[in-house]
Ligand binder design. Structure first.
Ligand code: ZN
Length: 114
């Protein structure tokens, strides 16, 4: 059976900081400069262990392209309640998801023909 609980993406950073802390001597550094250096080494350990930022933007691009594929190109049309009859959306807050996606520019565009 697959593990369905999502792993905390920050966990590797926490573990890297704890490992750094455990590697330090029991005595605290005597000077502010040494204490600051220790803190910055812990920050670097966390940043090196954290998932790379491009992974998030790559997932966002994937989700945006999925939304663009799902969006119905037909325009919304609303009844007297403000419900979208074109897409069967009976609510106004939030409004029709097709309209909201188009407002975000997530509508699939026709490729220009040469
Ligand atoms: Zn709609």
């Amino acid at each position: 059976m697959a593990d369905i609980a999502p792993a905390d993406p920050k966990q590797p950073a926490y573990e890297a900081v704890f490992a750094y802390i455990r590697s330090q001597p029991d005595a605290l550094p005597a000077t502010t400069v040494e204490r600051n250096a220790m803190i910055w080494r812990a920050v670097h350990a966390a940043l090196n262990a954290a998932p790379p930022a491009p992974a998030v933007s790559e997932r966002l691009a994937l989700v945006e392209s999925l939304v663009a594929d799902f969006v119905d190109p037909d325009p919304c049309w609303f009844d007297h309640h403000g419900y979208c009859q074109a897409h069967g959306w009976v609510g106004t807050d939030p409004g029709c998801p097709h309209g909201r996606a188009k407002d975000l520019g997530l509508e699939e565009t026709e490729e220009a023909t040469p």
